[in-house]
Design a protein around this ligand. Structure first.
Ligand SMILES: [Fe+2]
Length: 244
């Protein structure tokens, strides 16, 4: 084996992804990082695992009715505060949100109020427990306005199986799927683990996201990076993370 191959094997696991576009590391705004020290610790771990760019995506939902203007201000303050640590952490590339589409959370000022990722891309999530609410009409309204939609962690919705007509419709609409990386290490239980790999097998997954909340998640991410099945997934599939 040549030197080149040995070097390649030693690369950090998530270097091939480059970008993370789903995390809750903006301090004290949702159920994620509690303070700047926890954020810094998590970001250092992410850098050691190969991430180069991070987008922050705090929750926008009934339990965390964040305000985009306030969130952007907090992000700018965080960037300033972490500037002395720039070499130890990934680039803090931008601030967006994880927008929950459910009956409890109506957008206050409509489609124009959201703060998307680059390429007018919006990270969306559904209710984790299911409801009678049908998000497809809302999704279609955003698509009609030129948004690109990413559905966060489809493997975590118990009501969304690989044979669900709703899932087929979501895919047919051109909505991209983002799997939680930790799902592939069993962090969310056996059902999400099994579905995560099934979605990959079907070629339905466009992004892997950490959905990192705190240092406990960061330790789980370290364990996930050491999982040989996850390493194989990263070698085998092409993800779009680095395009963000
Ligand atoms: Fe999330």
């Amino acid at each position: 084996m040549g030197l080149f191959n040995r070097r390649k094997e030693n690369r950090p696991t998530f270097e091939v992804l480059g970008t993370d576009m789903h995390c809750h590391l903006l301090p004290s705004v949702d159920d994620g990082s509690r303070d700047i020290n926890e954020t810094l610790s998590c970001l250092k771990t992410m850098k050691s695992l190969g991430f180069k760019k991070i987008y922050f995506t705090p929750h926008f939902q009934a339990n965390y009715p964040n305000d985009e203007t306030d969130i952007v201000k907090r992000f700018e303050q965080l960037k300033k505060a972490l500037a002395p640590h720039a070499s130890e952490i990934p680039e803090l590339a931008g601030i967006s949100g994880e927008y929950r589409f459910d009956q409890r959370y109506e957008r206050r000022a409509g489609i124009d109020a959201v703060n998307p990722l680059p390429g007018k891309t919006l990270l969306c999530e559904l209710s984790l427990h299911g409801s009678s609410y049908n998000p497809l009409e809302s999704f279609k309204a955003f698509l009609a306005e030129g948004y690109n939609l990413i559905l966060a962690h489809p493997e975590r919705y118990p009501y969304l199986g690989i044979h669900s007509p709703e899932l087929k419709e979501i895919l047919d609409l051109g909505i991209k799927l983002q799997l939680n990386t930790l799902s592939l290490n069993g962090f969310y239980g056996p059902a999400a683990l099994e579905k995560g790999f099934a979605f990959l097998e079907n070629g339905w997954v466009s992004y892997l996201g950490t959905d990192l909340h705190n240092t406990h998640y960061a330790q789980e991410l370290v364990a996930t990076a050491a999982n040989s099945k996850v390493q194989k997934v990263l070698q085998r599939y092409k993800f779009l993370n680095s395009e963000l």
